[in-house]
Design a protein around this ligand. Sequence first.
Ligand code: ADP
Ligand code: MG
Length: 603
Amino acid sequence: MSTIRLLPPNLINQIAAGEVIDRPSSVIKELCENALDAGATSLLIQLKDAGKSLISVTDNALGMSRDDLEKAVVRHATSKIPDDNLFNVSSLGFRGEALASIGSISRLSIHSRSPEDDHGWCIHVYGGDVQASSPSTVLKSHGTCVEVRDLFYATPARLKFMKSNASEMSSHVEVVQRLALVSPHVFFKIIHEEKTIFEVFPESHENRVLNVLGQKFADNAVVLDACVGDVGISGFACVPTYNQSQASEQFFFVNGRPVKDKLLHVAVKIAYQDYVPHGRHGACCLFIQLPKELVDMNVHPAKIEVRFQRSQEVRDAVISVIKAHLGSAQGFTSTHLSEAAISSFERDAHVSNNPYPSHNYSRRGSSFSAQSSHALMQFQSRYQAPSMPLPQPPFQEKEDIASFEQSFDSGVLGVAKAQLFNAYIISQGEDGFYIVDQHACAERITYESLKREMDEGGVKKQSLLIPVIVSCTGTEQEQLLSMANDLSSFGMDIEGFGVRDIAIHSVPALLKDADYSQLIKDILADLKEGEGSGGMLKTHLLQRLSTIACHGSIRFGRRLSEYEMNALLREVEKTPFSEQCNHGRPSYLKLSRGDLERLFERT
Ligand code: ADP
Ligand code: MG
């Protein structure tokens, strides 16, 4: 006798709900997506007890007729795949299971009214039990209001996995923010227990990004806009000096759909890896546009993952577009560096009993709009001409400048004025001054030139008249010899010497007088930490080489002549990513004239 049986429809819906509705914010996501698919331009989300007792979403779209309303709560009923072609879907939903799933695990009520009807209709589903539809007077004009009460009451096991109200609320806001980022023409409002906690009005796409992601993000963002083959990429990437401990400020959208995709996260990690400290993450908001047939949206029940048909192409496009745009944003370092510098000056001022007004340089939230348009203007002018050479001052003014300045061409970083502690160069640019860490800059310059040599066919070598012998263990010798080919392309020819040691016959030309045995020890340490493996090897070796090369050049603690200082500044301006050293630390920071005026209360 067979023991296999067909499951009852409500159990099927509850099983689907297990994947589609994994926490309360998934309900918000599905209901908002439905409203946006229906063409809503206004979404009001109301919550009680962080959504645990009530989630309601009201929209102003065209609503549903009585007949559609009855079908909407049935599983696999959808209006969104008209030609039965899954690759021709442009809506956010298409699986036809959200409302059926939600209805199976909660008390669901939908009121909807279409423009043709003079009143609305409503339907209730209690734990999967669909009630007869009836007239409704809740809606005064067309639209839909979906109310979900007592979520998971029908599947109590799930109730145990609910997190604290604060955690559920932050998940709700995140879900709505992601949708708001791709729907700038739509009004969104979240009210929790009578309190407005998120609100955005219809606006331009740039303003929406600014309002949702905040002033700090905007102040540090570079606009992206490029097409690589079939892959269109627009949006924003923040300068590397603005980095976070988590990848939480990375937002991805594929063909207008918010996604969380590992491939895209990895691509961003690679794009930033040379420029942010180990374990830190860049911030970005990427809108990726691809021909529909190249993306499979149907790989995840909640539709937050996608599969790219030519994934390598997408990955490479993301990496190259971010790198190219960040490279062209030369001279643009994170605003939080100068803010930190100013506040440390301010702390000193407090110590000396100077009653200082406390500034709040970055603000988010309700009082945002006036400020944000100003920030947007600054932000636009900044990215439009990030690396323009500064205009020369008019002739009369130029004569006032001390004569030595005229002998140096000035760039964005201006003219060197002084050196402090044999380590920092102070230079004056057109509208501010810079504090430049000479060692960090020299490191980046060497690193970038080694990279260039690598790309152009290998690092230039210098043969050693007498080979340098480095003592190792037997295993270390074996490890190093297995990498001999790689090391050779980095300019280092090695050979076994005796049973344990290594003989170095040539070194990178840039590294003439370095401590080679230290270099070998560093490489071995990298290998032990597993960091020398795969694609990371090249990056690590180059970083090691450039660090060592710098110890021989403009080392921390060397006095520089004016000529050397200015030559270094010009070199920095020419070098991509010179805003940070190879370890991702900032290499210079800027204080504007306005910052100084603020410090001395001249404003
Ligand atoms: P899907 O969105 O995948 O089609 P759902 O279960 O979420 O599946 O919704 C079923 C159907 O109900 C949708 O295809 C749509 O026709 C209709 N619908 C749901 N929400 C709304 C709404 N807010 N306004 C108009 N129609 C809606
Ligand atoms: Mg849906």
